[in-house]
Design a protein around this ligand. Structure first.
Ligand SMILES: [Zn+2]
Length: 132
């Protein structure tokens, strides 16, 4: 099976991807207004530029989802249909990630973080727990 592609970190997202590689999901909380971010250089709520790193709970809900039946990358050919969605973390930030599990998915389904290994790194995925 072709390994899953791993996104390249940039200056804004390096904290997020480095934490995943260490087996953790972390957020950056704005020191000025408290808004939580996953990847940030300047807070979109107040313009603040200093942040404190915190462990995220790894829990959230499905905000939206899509089921893909066509592989747009060789890594997904053997994984079709592929279910992915936007997960809203308990702390507030949203991210797109694979959704794991056989049960039907719905907006509001609760999920928990599950890291997927990929070429020596980790990808954030979420295992579905309970439909709304
Ligand atoms: Zn802020």
């Amino acid at each position: 099976m072709t390994p899953l592609p791993v996104p390249e970190a940039d200056l804004e997202s390096q904290h997020f991807f480095a934490a995943l590689d260490d087996g953790q999901l972390k957020i950056l909380r704005c020191d000025r207004c408290g808004t939580a971010h996953l990847a940030v250089l300047a807070c979109n709520a107040c313009g603040g530029t200093t942040f404190s790193s915190e462990d995220a709970s790894g829990l959230g809900v499905v905000y939206s989802f899509t089921r893909t039946h066509i592989a747009h990358h060789p890594a997904f050919t053997d994984r079709l249909p592929f279910l992915g969605g936007i997960v809203e973390l308990e702390e507030g930030p949203r991210l797109f990630a694979p959704l794991l599990g056989d049960q039907p998915v719905a907006i509001g389904t609760t999920v928990a973080l599950e890291l997927l290994p990929a070429e020596g790194r980790n990808i954030a995925a979420f295992r579905m727990r309970q439909a709304p």
